[in-house]
Design a protein around this ligand. Structure first.
Ligand code: 3AM
Length: 288
């Protein structure tokens, strides 16, 4: 994929691209292949997040994933998908993604600091994720790595807007087409992916179920020392492992959507339309 522009004559900590400069303020976090910075765009003084990806650390497959991420983010514009403002390649063997800054951090930190959350908030979060997935699926995109770490929040409050981020593992699949590459994060991975079977967009529906369960319960439904144990635990589960204190307060619609998303057989698992139209997301909720 061609990048928008190449930088020349970069000054330390200042990256110029056309009419904007970016002054790096501080590091937000880092992964194996990239570092995320908070930066100020001048002259607008807008805060942005800059993801600096080290090309020298990427093998050809990861370079292709980066191309995918840039391609997907450039082609969509949705309130629940992190907005890519610009991207460019520096003369330091790095690609820079200039993203909208999400001050609320990610959903994993949110769950860690809030503990389990109210059904109403969980419903609002699921509606937002559903809205983003609707757009992704209409483009034939399977995210494949939906997990709380990859979901950013616009603020720290309960009215935060969720933004799906990190599309490095996403790929397109035509309707009816199946994919075989094993990727994603085990705790949120659908059983068919863990079992090296072919999978389709229903793998994302499973991940949504794990995230909903974790929002309501405070921790994910299935665990395991390794993938084999995790799969064994998933397969042996006869009813969702909600804490007894929590399950008594849950609306039947909430339990229904959760168990139908976490359905072992992808054919029987909720389809995207069934999820979107489910009464938990559309109807009235009893209780908090
Ligand atoms: O290191 P932690 O997990 O706190 O949430 C992302 C992660 O935070 C954060 O950068 C870290 C490394 O990926 N991050 C990524 N994109 C972001 C953005 N657009 C972001 N934080 C705010 N806005």
């Amino acid at each position: 994929m061609e990048c928008e522009g190449k930088l020349v004559g970069m000054e330390k900590d200042e990256y110029k691209k056309n009419k904007y400069s970016y002054v790096l303020k501080s590091k937000i976090g880092e992964g194996s292949f990239s570092t995320v910075w908070i930066a100020e765009q001048t002259p607008t003084r807008q805060h942005v997040a800059i993801k600096q990806v080290f090309l020298s650390k990427l093998n050809p497959r990861l370079k292709a994933s980066l191309d995918c991420e840039i391609h997907f983010l450039s082609s969509v514009n949705h309130p629940n998908i992190v907005h890519l403002l610009h991207f460019f390649q520096g003369d330091d063997e790095c690609v820079y993604l200039v993203l909208e800054f999400c001050p609320g951090g990610n959903l994993a930190s949110y769950i860690r600091s809030h503990g389990r959350i109210q059904q109403l908030t969980a419903r609002m979060f699921m509606q937002q994720l559903g809205s983003a997935l609707k757009l992704l699926h209409s483009h034939g995109i399977i995210h494949r790595d939906l997990k709380p770490e990859n979901i950013l929040l616009s603020s720290h409050g309960d009215d935060a807007v969720l933004k799906i981020a990190d599309f490095g593992l996403s790929r397109t699949a035509r309707p009816g087409e199946y994919v075989e590459t094993v990727c994603g994060t085990p705790l949120y991975m659908a059983p068919e992916v863990l079992q090296f079977q072919r999978y389709n967009y229903k793998a994302d529906m499973w991940s949504l179920g794990v995230i909903l369960f974790e929002l309501l319960n405070g921790y994910p439904p299935f665990n395991g020392r390794n993938n084999v144990q995790l799969l064994k635990n998933i397969r042996s589960c006869t009813c969702l492992p909600f804490s007894p204190l929590i399950i008594s307060g849950l609306d039947p619609d909430c339990l229904d959507i959760c168990s139908r998303l976490l359905c072992l057989n992808p054919v029987e698992r909720l389809s995207f339309d069934e999820f979107y139209l489910h009464s938990f997301l559309q109807g009235k909720l009893l209780g908090p």
